[in-house]
Structure formats: C-alpha cells, structure tokens
Write a protein that binds this ligand. Structure first.
Ligand code: NAD
Ligand code: DAU
Length: 380
C-alpha cells in the first residue's frame, strides 16, 4: 500500500507516546506510523498490544542517540514528519543520574534533528511538506509563586476542572513568552533540547514546532510518577511518600487530551511557533492524593478514606518547584483545542484502569524497577 505520509513517532512505547501512536494509527489508516523506541525501563510494548498488528504500524527498536541509525531510518521509511517524545522523563531519576538525561534529551534530540536535516535537505523538495514536532514540558519555565495558598478564582473557565475544585494558587501563569528558568537536571535537559529545535529552524529553516505541556495523568503511566505509584501503594496498603508538606501545585491534564492536542498541532500548528498545553486544572499534591485515596477505597469496596493513614511525609525533593500553571489560551483560541474531561471523571477512569490492569502493573513493578524503588526510598 502507498501511504500518504510517513510519520516517525519517537518514544511511542512510553506513557504519552503510546497514546499518540494509538490515536494516529487508528485515526489515519492512510499514514504509515513508525514508532521508534529504545525500550528503556519506561518503554513497554504491552502499552500498544491493541494496535501492534495494524497494517499502517511499524515498531523499530533504536536509540535516538545513534546518529547513523537515525539517518538510516529517515531514508528507509522516507520520513516526512517527526513527533519527538523519546526522553528520560522522571525528575527524581535526573537528580540521581543527570548524565543519562543530558545524553538522551540533549544529544538524542540533536542526533534526530541532524538526521532529519541531512535527509530532508537531500530531497528535491527539501523542507516542503515536512515537520519536526518536539514535545516538551512546562518545567522549562521554572516555578511560579504561590501567592494565594488558599486558592482564588482563576481568570479562566475550563471544562477540565470540576465545579467544586476550580482554583488558582497565584495570579501568574506560564505563557509561551515566559523566560526559561529550569531547576532540575531533567528540566535543564529539556530546555536545552527546546533551544536546539528552535536553533534548527532559525539556522537551517527546518519546519519545527515546540509544545510545552503540564503534568499528564491516565493509563499506562510508569508507576514512579505520583498518581500510578500512589494508586498501586494504596491497593497494597503501602506508605504514600509525600514530598515536603505536600503543598506543591501541579496542573493536571488527561493524557488523551494531550494526544488530541498533539494531533491538532501536528496538522494545523504554525511553523516555528510554541504552544502551551494545559487544562487550567491546578491541584496541591496533598489534595490530589486525598482524592486518589478516596477513589481507590471506593472502587475496592473499602470504606472511603480509610487509607488516609498511609500518607507519610518524607524529605522534600531537592529543588522542588513550588507551582506549575499553564496558560493555554493561545492553543484554545488559535487552534480550537480544549480539554474534554472534567477532572473527577478523568481520575475515576484512571484509577479504574490501574485497578483493572493489575497484570500490567505487576509486570512493570518487578525486576530492575523494584531495585530502583528500594534504593530510592530506603532512607525515607
Ligand atoms: P516516558 O518516560 O513514559 O516514556 C519515554 C519513552 O522514551 C520510553 O518509551 C523510553 O523507552 C523512550 N526512550 C528513552 N530514551 C530513549 C532513547 N535514547 N532512544 C529512544 N527511545 C528512548 O515519558 P512520558 O511521560 O510519556 O513523556 C514523553 C515526552 O513528553 C517526554 O519528552 C517528556 O519530557 C514530555 N512531557 C511529559 C509530561 C508528563 O506529564 N509525563 C508532561 C509534559 C511533557
Ligand atoms: O509538568 C510536566 C512534568 O510532569 C513532566 O515534564 C515530567 O516528565 C513528569 O514526570 C511530571 O513531573 P513532576 O515532577 O511534576 O511529576 P511527579 O509525578 O514525579 O510528581 C508530581 C508531584 O508529586 C511533584 O510535586 C512531586 C510530588 N511527589 C512525587 C512522587 C513520585 C511526591 O510527593 N511523592 C512521590 O513519591
């Protein structure tokens, strides 16, 4: 079959990448989707079981840092679009091992950019009809001040926040124009990769787009991240390690809403632009943890809230950013995207998914991951 487009998605076996691959494979049978992933601890092909035999899907196990391999793949599959998600993504790991983050996030992105440049510039039509879309994070902007610890009515309306919880914890929000100010090795490496992507547009004319998204939640997230880690711990009645006072604020978006935004931006976003993605859905960690405990208890037939005593305050994360809050007005106004789910609905779906997919959870929490987990929390 002659495909209309050949799209390389990197990091497609990870959390967000698997949702993006699924969306593209199902929605665009006329596109060839090439999922390139190194399958690190965070990459899991079980995340894509339902689409692995589709005729428009190909999986390639490769490391984005392998520049020659990236050149080979560009040519072999005649890639005309790239959605780049492959990365080391966990802040706590970056604090313990910053080199791996610089290698994958900075050098890996550069290797992919250069391979795309060399291949696309070798074609008669050059950059015409091509696109390099880099997925980044709101963490590059640093931390916002918590000027209203009790919360205030935000100046925005959204479908993502519930009627009962619709608060902002300060007047400031991250805009596309906010100056970069990363604090963790993870966010520093993502900031550096964003700069390289923009430099390839400005220097070589490569058609690039960058988006910066807030915290995602939903099925298939590796259980080192707050929500799946805590769901699993509550189920097994293990302590819930809350960093510091649990007062830090994150802005949560259901992963399928991020994948939908990526689809819209890949097709309709303006070259060289940046778009912020977020649902105006700020929560203090401790409040979200209480919602998760109540939801797990209810769905497991326990007394709602009976596992609150699992909450265990532990040493804070070094350099822990206080508050993230994305202003996604530009994306909503220019491209018509908006989050589809009320937060309570999203959390309910998410908890239900993890409880129904215990086998997936057991599989990823065994082996090496278990060793990491023991090491990570042994002094806490
Ligand atoms: P993840 O850790 O779940 O998945 C990352 C994937 O990249 C894994 O499948 C892994 O095997 C693969 N990978 C890692 N190193 C690689 C390499 N050298 N070569 C090829 N593949 C490699 O991450 P995620 O949470 O799905 O995040 C995906 C992207 O979105 C990242 O770039 C991250 O910075 C960004 N992001 C994440 C969030 C979030 O809340 N999770 C929010 C905003 C932006
Ligand atoms: O904002 C986008 C970012 O969101 C992404 O770029 C990252 O890839 C993603 O991992 C996420 O980063 P966070 O550090 O915000 O996510 P994490 O799930 O690790 O932590 C969420 C909050 O919960 C944070 O304030 C730290 C806290 N936390 C986390 C863990 C794992 C705890 O209190 N205890 C924990 O055990």
């Amino acid at each position: 079959m002659e495909f209309k487009r050949h799209i390389l998605i990197t990091g497609g076996a990870g959390f967000i990448g698997s949702h993006v691959v699924r969306l593209f494979v199902n929605k665009y049978p006329e596109y060839h989707i090439i999922n390139l992933d190194r399958l690190t601890y965070a990459g899991n092909l079980a995340n894509l079981k339902d689409i692995e035999n589709q005729p428009n899907y190909t999986f390639v196990k490769a490391d984005i840092c392998d520049y020659e391999k990236m050149q080979e793949i560009m040519q072999q599959y005649r890639v005309d679009g790239i959605i780049h998600l492959a990365a080391e993504s966990h802040v706590d790991r970056s604090i313990k091992d910053p080199f791996t983050f610089a290698r994958t996030n900075v050098m890996g992105t550069l290797s992919l950019l250069q391979a795309a440049k060399v291949y696309w510039e070798s074609l008669p039509e050059k950059y015409e009809g091509k696109r390099f879309y880099h997925i980044s994070t709101d963490e590059v902007y640093g931390a916002l001040k918590m000027t209203h610890p009790e919360g205030i009515q935000p100046p925005f309306t959204t479908t993502a926040s519930s009627e009962t919880h619709h608060l902002a914890y300060g007047e400031e929000f991250f805009l596309e124009t906010t100056k970069y100010n990363p604090h963790s090795p993870y966010s520093a490496s993502k900031a550096s990769s964003d700069h390289f992507v923009r430099a390839f547009h400005d220097t070589y004319g490569m058609p690039t787009i960058v988006t910066n998204c807030s915290n995602n939640y939903g099925p298939y997230q590796f259980p080192e991240k707050l929500i799946p880690l805590f769901i699993n711990n509550i189920r097994h009645r293990k302590p819930l390690p809350v960093y510091g006072k649990g007062e830090n604020v994150r802005d949560w978006l259901y992963v399928e809403d991020h994948a939908r935004a990526i689809d819209i931006i890949f097709h309709h976003g303006k070259i060289a632009e940046t778009y912020n993605i977020g649902g105006f859905n700020e929560w203090k960690n401790i409040d979200i943890i209480k919602v998760v405990i109540k939801t797990v208890d209810r769905l497991l037939g326990r007394k709602e809230g009976e596992d609150m005593d699992l909450i265990t305050y532990v040493t804070d994360r070094p350099g822990h950013d206080m508050r993230y809050a994305i202003d996604s007005t530009k994306l909503q106004r220019e491209l018509g995207w908006e989050p589809s789910l009320q937060f309570e609905e999203g959390i309910e779906k998410t908890v239900r998914w993890y409880l129904d997919n215990q086998e997936w959870m057991d599989n990823v929490t065994s082996g090496d991951y278990q060793k990491y987990y023991e090491n990570m929390y042994k002094n806490r």
